[in-house]
Unconditional design. Structure first.
Length: 364
């Protein structure tokens, strides 16, 4: 018998071979979800009502994004051509990179931060510059500003930042935009509702500014995959050009307007998180667990060498945490999501038990 001829696989672009991969630990999440910064409770009851009104005939239609974009634009006091709805902020990042980055362009981010920035940028260019935060994990403004060059084409800053919960002041963000007039500055405001400061109102006079918002966190629509880019209409025209006209599914487009309408529910959930955050920080102080002051719906804890052991023990007690030890500058750090008060209380109780179980002591 002759030997089989090996099957040859067509090689992708070199950038695809070189780019990093994102593998979130999504399996077996049937527990209290304090790991992915999701809404831990539910979306607005109006969303559930709207889901029940969706017909089988409606599911046969291609989704129409523009009617929902008009509603969203009105809600945020913007013009429709200043808004693009996306398949979550993940797609928004991808589209911005596809629209603006040439292979020789530079992009700039501060680390640690959301890993999908790396993934989407590196798919387009190898010239990604990281500015690492110091031990405080605060945004390194001066060093970041100094890293901008004439080749910088895209800058992404998250405020509040994930996984640290740190914020970047409006003054610093506008200074960055002014320092890089030939670059797009995307400010990722995924956790805006748990902090309250925004540069959305600055879009009118900062032509290179784009703001990203998600409806996955406070609104509780993570499973529907819907996000938003807002910015200068001329900039968004290019991003819209590289977007599929059907990028957001019709169920999400149907549900988003009623989620936006229910501001009372949104405010209630944001208040639950802010109250829960104070409760968790007080509990961590009592336990002697070092942590970073957070402006988001999570807290980053410094556990040290027993970080993985704690995550396993908490899972055994029915609570999921996220080990962030592989993030730059985060060795030994574990993140806990803040949700409604009941979930925070359960998470804190399990934390007390598990820290004792693994014989944890503060890192000196």
């Amino acid at each position: 018998m002759s030997a089989k001829t090996p099957i040859q696989t067509v090689k992708p672009r070199q950038a695809v071979l070189d780019m990093p991969e994102y593998h979130p630990p999504l399996a077996n999440r049937e527990a209290l979800r304090l790991d992915f910064n999701e809404n831990t409770f539910a979306p607005s009851p109006r969303v559930i009502e709207r889901l029940q009104q969706i017909t089988s005939a409606g599911l046969t239609k291609y989704p129409e994004r523009e009617p929902a974009e008009r509603i969203v634009a009105s809600h945020f006091n913007l013009q429709p051509d200043q808004v693009l709805l996306t398949n979550g902020v993940d797609e928004a990042i991808h589209l911005i990179c596809a629209a603006f980055l040439e292979a020789d362009d530079e992009a700039l981010i501060s680390t640690p931060t959301f890993f999908m920035y790396d993934v989407s940028i590196r798919m387009m260019t190898s010239h990604l510059r990281h500015v690492q935060a110091d031990a405080s994990l605060e945004f390194p403004f001066e060093r970041f500003l100094a890293a901008i060059t004439e080749k910088t084409k895209l800058i992404i800053v998250a405020s509040p930042n994930n996984p640290t919960g740190a914020i970047v002041s409006r003054e610093h963000l506008l200074t960055i935009a002014a320092a890089a007039p030939n670059a797009v500055l995307m400010v990722d405001e995924a956790y805006f509702h748990f902090h309250g400061a925004s540069v959305l109102a600055d879009l009118a006079h900062v032509p290179n500014l784009v703001v990203a918002r998600t409806f996955s966190k406070a609104y509780g629509l993570a499973n529907l995959r819907i996000g938003m880019l807002a910015g200068n209409a001329d900039l968004l025209r290019y991003i819209r050009k590289v977007s599929s006209p059907y990028n957001v599914n019709g169920v999400a487009l149907d549900c988003l307007p009623v989620a936006l309408e229910d501001e009372a529910y949104l405010n209630w959930y944001a208040d639950q998180v802010q109250t829960g955050r104070e409760l968790m920080m007080a509990g961590l102080r009592e336990l002697g667990v070092p942590f970073f002051e957070s402006h988001a719906n999570f807290i980053l804890m410094k556990i040290g060498p027993k970080h993985a052991e704690l995550v396993r023990a908490m899972r055994a007690h029915g609570v999921l945490l996220r080990d962030r030890s592989t993030d730059p500058g985060c060795d030994g750090y574990v993140r806990i999501t803040i949700g409604i008060k009941e979930h925070v209380t359960r998470g804190l109780a399990a934390l007390k038990v598990c820290l004792n179980q693994i014989e944890w002591s503060p890192v000196r």
